[in-house]
Design a protein around this ligand. Structure first.
Ligand SMILES: Nc1ncnc2c1ncn2[C@@H]1O[C@H](COP(=O)(O)OP(=O)(O)OP(=O)(O)O)[C@@H](O)[C@H]1O
Length: 255
């Protein structure tokens, strides 16, 4: 079994996966094999692939929520006290209904060596980052779905993570809200310089957001494509990028 190693070396990569194999239970066949990836600090990386291929599983391993069967998983941490290496955002915001918005954002900071005043300041700054500074005293039930996801992002950002891990965070939202939040996420990425690892099955979303797109495919799954997407943010080539990726993924569906 290969747990996540937290390293304090000043590497340009923030996550390194070496020959990683992942499965559930000891007898079942592996879900993912031969995963070798190096994720650069500050990059925005999307993971795409067909349903059930292992996208969330890969994210769970990086998050330390599931242990790889073999191989090396290293997160190169900054040496800041009072932070966590990863911040997590899921499709469902997973807010605690009995806590006001500000106390939900503070939740991830509890257990860290951070005093009450700093905890409050960091939570307020995170709410400002997601443009919800007027909502601190609200209850989760008083928010829209998009606002709840913003609170989820604020909670993840409040721990000042090395990596923001996002598992289909906008998958349950209507199209307009989704587009708004995609734009907000791009802004947050630009403003904070955080590394983002973003799982989606929506290729347009991947091309719109990410500067690198990793395609998983096959049974067991492997990395079948690793695409640099610098052109994807230029509207004129957006369609071409999406269509090219769509055909590449379609090829890999049949592996
Ligand atoms: N807790 C678990 N126990 C056993 N098998 C699991 C568990 N979680 C996921 N799996 C299996 O691992 C494989 C990958 O699942 P995973 O959720 O990572 O896929 P995914 O690519 O994220 O799918 P989707 O796009 O549908 O969310 C699937 O075959 C799934 O059935």
């Amino acid at each position: 079994m290969a747990a996540v190693t937290l390293s304090k070396t000043a590497a340009s990569s923030v996550i390194d996966l070496e020959d990683v194999s992942i499965g559930y239970g000891s007898d079942a066949p592996p879900v993912l094999v031969d995963v070798n990836l190096s994720i650069e600090r500050g990059s925005f990386v999307a993971i795409v692939g067909p349903s059930g291929v292992g996208k969330s599983t890969l994210l769970r391993v990086v998050a330390g929520l599931h242990t790889a069967r073999s191989g090396g998983v290293t997160i190169h941490q900054d040496k800041r006290p009072g932070h966590r290496p990863v911040g997590l955002v899921f499709q469902d915001s997973r807010l605690l209904p009995w806590r006001r918005v500000i106390r939900n954002v503070e939740f991830g900071l509890e257990g860290l060596p951070v005093g009450r005043d700093e905890r409050r300041q960091r939570a307020e700054a995170a709410l400002k980052l997601v443009r919800l500074d007027g909502y601190a005293r609200r209850w989760p039930y008083e928010l829209s779905g998009g606002q709840r996801q913003r609170v989820g992002i604020a909670r993840a950002m409040a721990v000042d993570p090395d990596i923001l891990l996002m598992d289909e965070p906008f998958g349950a939202l209507d199209a307009i809200t989704r587009h708004n939040l995609q734009d907000e996420l791009r802004r947050i990425h630009q403003e904070t310089g955080k590394t983002v690892l973003f799982v989606t099955h929506d290729l347009e979303e991947a091309v719109h957001l990410a500067d690198r797109i990793i395609v998983l495919g096959g049974t067991p799954a492997r990395v079948v494509r690793d695409v640099r997407n610098s052109a994807g943010r230029d509207g004129s080539v957006f369609r071409d990028q999406v269509e090219q990726l769509r055909s590449e993924i379609a090829d890999n569906y049949s592996i």
